[in-house]
Design a protein around this ligand. Structure first.
Ligand code: MLT
Length: 409
């Protein structure tokens, strides 16, 4: 008899974004004449930069010739990409990360979920609330929680509310938390954390022998130099933090797939007897057993992000999305909404008017303005009454969507 992983039954029926897609599809089928503008899932709209496309082509050409053909690559990723990352993303900012600490993957969504495998099921997980749903759902799947209560909280997870009152940076838990998910610039609120705020998290982790799982997928959108791009800019983080980064939002790789996880030598986890073990070899073991690496042309393409032309072209695209975010923020404020985020991040977090629930607002703007966003409550109970707009959109659509939202009754 095949026994199911019953933890899956604890999950909400569908993952957030497919549920939004389902509602939008239903609306479009009933209203084929309406032009729906999608600002829901944070999926890029601008094409890959020319320098990236060129490198991608070169990678394919190499595979087309017997003398340059490659089969399996290293499970950890090609040295040329790991070296480019270490040098450009870390060493150039005074952060001591070596290529050996970097593991190339096909996405931060996968990595933030898969990382849980190397930690025991007794760990208590802490997450922000609202939060990127992957951290919670994969924690539930891995059997570290009880069931979900009527308020939408899973028993056994420590939730750290991120609200207007605390500037969307969580208070650290008073109870024990072993693995702490943090995401800055934040998805979904579009807010950032300062060095001082992150230092408190690092100090907590060092004191409690916890590990911070730091999702920095949106770091490329940081324009304010005083805001850290990496958790490793905080002293001590190299002993207690794992960082996840992605080329998805940085360079338009949502469909191409390339990301990486950083685990410095000094990050330790403990056995039942309290002996410390480095985490990096465990992740290496996991990856080399279950993953055969990202394709060679994709890694070539990702390395081109760090070429002089690549850097310039990618930063132009980032600036384009940030300009979208500015237009959205200002338009929504003019329309009388209270707005957060969208300055160092591609997400704008809006408070609904008159206490309307997030899903009611979703239905209202879908039906009346034919604009799609993401209901804040889909990211956790503290997101109720909020709504997320993604700035990954074409400029004309941004103007049109904002005009329609301003005209809402
Ligand atoms: C989002 O909209 O939150 C993101 O696109 C999700 C993701 O990156 O997986």
């Amino acid at each position: 008899m095949a026994i199911i992983n019953e933890n899956y039954f604890k999950l909400k029926a569908g993952y957030l974004f497919p549920e939004i897609g389902r509602r939008v599809k239903e609306f479009s089928e009933k209203n084929p004449d309406k032009k729906v503008i999608k600002m829901g899932i944070g999926d890029v709209t601008q094409p890959l930069a020319p320098a990236i496309v060129e490198a991608f082509h070169q990678g394919v050409e190499e595979l087309a010739s017997a003398s340059t053909f490659r089969g399996y690559g290293p499970e950890q990723g090609y040295a040329f990409l790991r070296e480019a990352i270490a040098e450009n993303d870390y060493q150039s900012r005074g952060v001591n990360i070596s290529p050996d600490d970097i593991f190339i993957s096909d996405g931060s969504k996968c990595d933030t979920g898969n990382i849980q495998e190397i930690f025991g099921s007794d760990n208590v997980i802490a997450v922000g609330d609202p939060v990127y749903p992957v951290y919670v759902d994969t924690t539930v799947m891995s059997g570290k929680t009880g069931s979900c209560n009527s308020k939408g909280y899973f028993e056994g997870i420590v939730y750290m509310p991120c609200t207007e009152a605390n500037n969307f940076v969580p208070e650290l838990p008073t109870e024990k938390a072993d693995l702490i998910f943090l995401c800055y610039p934040n998805n979904p609120t579009g807010t950032v954390a300062t060095k001082e705020e992150l230092k408190k998290c690092v100090d907590y982790a060092l004191k409690n022998k916890s590990i911070i799982l730091y999702d920095a997928a949106y770091q490329a959108f940081i324009t304010d130099d005083s805001i850290p791009r990496s958790i490793y800019e905080i002293e001590g983080a190299e002993k207690c933090a794992i960082e996840f980064r992605s080329f998805s939002k940085t360079a338009g790789f949502t469909g191409t797939r390339c990301a990486f996880t950083v685990i410095p030598e000094g990050v330790m986890a403990y056995d039942k007897a309290g002996n410390a073990h480095p985490v990096k070899p465990l992740w290496n073991r996991r990856q080399s057993t279950k993953f055969n690496g990202v394709s060679y042309p994709v890694q070539k393409a990702a390395a081109a992000v760090y070429s002089p032309e690549g850097k310039k072209q990618v930063s132009e695209t980032i600036a384009y999305y940030l300009e979208n975010a500015r237009i959205m923020r200002e338009s929504l404020e003019e329309a009388g909404y209270t707005v957060f985020g969208g300055v160092n991040a591609p997400y704008v977090w809006v408070k609904t008017k008159g206490g309307m629930t997030s899903w009611d607002f979703f239905d209202k703007i879908l039906n009346e303005a034919n604009v799609v966003g993401t209901p804040g409550s889909g990211f956790g109970p503290s997101g109720e009454g909020y709504f997320r707009f993604s700035a990954f959109a074409d400029r004309d659509n941004v103007h049109e969507a904002m005009k329609r939202v301003k005209n809402l009754k």
